[in-house]
Ligand binder design. Structure first.
Ligand SMILES: *Cc1c(COP(=O)(O)O)cnc(C)c1O
Length: 236
């Protein structure tokens, strides 16, 4: 059972929405410029439905085998699904067209496979490029300089729409410790946008989780991925 600290899912969700609006205002950004993606790994379909009833519109799932049954159960609910976890090439076929946005594209090869599958399905698939912003050995994702070298390669993928960048900064004790990483991601997106590469947009920055989403918004996040602050602690 998840902790009930802070009340119901609806009450906690409203607190997160309030915090998002407050952080938008505090940083002089227009209301509604940040979208909440609820990270719903290990959250049951019933509890996601509770969040949808309270106004949630986007859920992010990490693992396909966990996500697909939930998507099926919640068919017809007014919710969009994002894919935020590590994506294997052989699973791409099941993800394309099912998830509105894939946050976690970590290589050109993976994007090429997404492009092939999207073309076969006759659709455009929106993606974000995941950046290993702290240069951590244990994390996947593009290193910033690597991305600057290879980003032009995405231009040729006619059925993939690159919408921006995603990152998970190194684990930290305080939100402030994450701020320089968020800023680095924003500056990287800015440099890439300056190059005006056809078909590559940098309109979205997916950064910030329960512990630090307010700081991420101050640094330019347009998508925050929040789990525990809405659903309580995850117990493995
Ligand atoms: C679980 C998860 C989150 C949310 O983390 P919380 O600390 O629960 O807010 C965000 N992004 C990704 C990729 C995740 O796997």
């Amino acid at each position: 059972m998840d902790s009930q600290a802070g009340g119901s899912i609806g009450a906690r969700l409203r607190l997160v929405f309030d915090e998002i609006r407050r952080a938008e205002q505090a940083s002089g950004r227009p209301t509604g410029s940040v979208r909440l993606v609820a990270a719903t790994k290990m959250v049951t379909a019933d509890r996601i439905r509770e969040a949808v009833a309270a106004g949630l519109t986007i859920a992010g799932e990490n693992r396909l085998q966990e996500a697909l049954p939930k998507l099926e159960t919640l068919q017809g609910e007014p919710i969009k699904w994002h894919f935020i976890g590590q994506l294997q090439r052989r699973k791409v076929r099941s993800v394309v067209g099912v998830f509105e946005l894939i946050h976690s594209v970590t290589s050109l090869e993976l994007a090429q496979e997404i492009d092939r599958r999207a073309e076969a399905a006759g659709i455009q698939q929106a993606i974000l490029l995941e950046v290993n912003i702290g240069g951590e050995k244990t994390k996947i994702g593009f290193l910033p300089d690597e991305l600057e070298r290879t980003v032009a390669g995405f231009e040729t993928l006619s059925h993939v729409d690159v919408k921006g960048l995603m990152a998970i900064p190194p684990l930290a004790d305080t939100a402030e410790e994450a701020r320089p990483y968020f800023r680095t991601l924003r500056e990287l997106a800015w440099r890439l946008a300056q190059r005006a590469i056809p078909r590559i947009s940098m309109e979205d920055l997916s950064m910030g989780m329960s512990n630090d989403y307010q700081v991420a918004i101050e640094e330019g996040a347009t998508l925050v991925r929040v789990g525990r602050a809405i659903f309580g602690a995850r117990h493995v």
